[in-house]
Design a protein around this ligand. Structure first.
Ligand code: 13P
Length: 332
């Protein structure tokens, strides 16, 4: 497991996070269309190259997550994406789940699919050069949800995926995302996130997953999007770290998703986390909070690649600076 642990440690190296650029074809096409860009395979490729080739990206990003389509595409110069980013000092990763689908038996809840044939796909992704993988399970909060059934079923999926990754020599990012959709309180989010994590820990343990060879990618503990009052960064940090304390010390690290928070808010919350002393690094693996400004600045215009990269650079630098605070606040 030596190299798995080394890669996991590298992914959460001080001052660095992981860029999530792994939207499915459908989601990416939708985002391109909303930005006024024609949703073609070539435009998705150009957009991902803009992100991955941003000069200096390796200063703040240890890795980039791609989807299956991108891993099979090349930079304009013909170099496959995984090889190109590796040469830039960035670890390539791959989203291997096939999406959150309606869960039979549990109306209104979803189960993440993609276990069928997973070992063969992991072997192929390893050939492409993928160093790590990602699998996202989602949980919606209402007065009645999530049910115990959805919590258990998704935990089993995450654990089976994580065990398969480790057998294939690929570091799994384990992503249980409690969604911000709704008007719930931060306390309710804490309660649900704690229950979800407890189920995930138990499932990982049953399949003997090495926690030092995974990266946990949780939601921040935060009130629902439609809640009356936003919580302060200090409150979000305190509530999040309190839930995370149930994880053993040997977990390689924690890299948060942004979950649809405005980019500046996600960064402020991440910075506030660094004031807490934890046994594992707390960094970012944001998608929207890093790439939305870049997409808006680019607009699909070849003349605006530099503007798109400048927007990405600003968000990566702000988040890298936030996580670097940890070293300043608690010197080794
Ligand atoms: P967001 O930061 O946009 O939530 O995306 C992170 C991610 O990888 C979702 O799976």
């Amino acid at each position: 497991m030596g190299s798995l642990r080394q890669i996991a440690t590298q992914m959460v190296a001080p001052g660095k996070g992981v860029l999530a650029a792994d939207e499915s074809i459908a989601t990416m096409s939708d985002r391109l269309a909303k930005a006024g860009v024609e949703a073609t395979a070539e435009n998705r490729r150009r957009y991902r190259e803009l992100l991955a080739a941003m000069p200096g990206l390796a200063d703040g990003a240890s890795g980039i997550i791609f989807c299956d389509e991108t891993l099979r595409q090349t930079f304009t110069d013909g170099t496959p994406f995984a090889r190109a980013v590796h040469a830039l000092g960035i670890l390539p990763g791959i989203k291997v789940d096939t999406g959150a689908k309606p869960c039979a038996g549990l109306p209104g809840e979803k189960v993440t699919e993609g276990l069928d044939g997973l070992p063969a796909r992991l072997a192929e992704y390893a050939e492409f050069g993928a160093a790590f993988a990602k699998w996202r399970a989602v949980y919606r909060i209402t007065d009645e949800l999530p049910t115990h059934g959805a919590v258990r079923t998704n935990a089993d999926g995450l654990a089976r995926y994580a065990a398969a990754c480790q057998e294939a020599g690929i570091v799994p990012i384990v992503e249980p995302e409690v969604l911000m959709e709704g008007a719930h309180s931060i306390e309710r989010c804490a309660e649900v996130t704690a229950a979800v994590h407890a189920a995930v820990r138990e499932a990982l343990e049953l399949l003997r997953v090495d926690l030092a060879g995974i990266v946990l990618k949780p939601n921040m503990v935060i009130e629902g999007r439609d809640a009356p009052e936003p919580s302060s960064p200090e409150r979000v940090a305190e509530a999040t770290v309190e839930v995370l304390r149930a994880w053993p010390d040997d977990l390689a690290g924690v890299a948060f998703l942004s979950g649809g928070q405005p980019p500046e808010r996600a960064t402020a919350n991440l910075a506030a986390m660094q004031h807490h002393r934890t046994p594992w690094p707390l960094t970012f693996s944001f998608g929207r909070a890093l790439v939305d400004p870049a997409l808006a600045a680019w607009h699909g215009d070849p003349a605006r690649v530099g503007a798109g990269q400048a927007a990405l650079r600003e968000r990566v630098a702000a988040n890298a600076a936030a996580v670097r605070l940890a070293a300043q606040l608690r010197p080794a």
